[in-house]
Design a protein around this ligand. Sequence first.
Ligand SMILES: [Zn+2]
Length: 103
Amino acid sequence: MTTKKGTKVLTELLNIQGIKVTQRSQLQGIGIILQVESTERESHCHHCGTKSNRLPQNPRYVVKDLSGGKQPVFLEINRGQFKGKKCGKPFSEKLDFVNNRRT
Ligand SMILES: [Zn+2]
């Protein structure tokens, strides 16, 4: 079951700055999967500090949301990849909320 309806509401429920829910799926016996991505189109390179554009490839990874509801909620994160304009070094989008929840 997959629906695009109500993702705006989910984005508000999730209440994470700079993150929007793009899709919600329910997997039988597993829980709810929310596909999320950053609303930022640009990011600053850690190496040279220049503004860089998002690269087309987006590796996804999944973290378990620790909100403690009845059903497990997983966030499938579409993490942006960037390339520094000056230094040409690739870097990943910094997602603060992921680091905070990893401990
Ligand atoms: Zn750079």
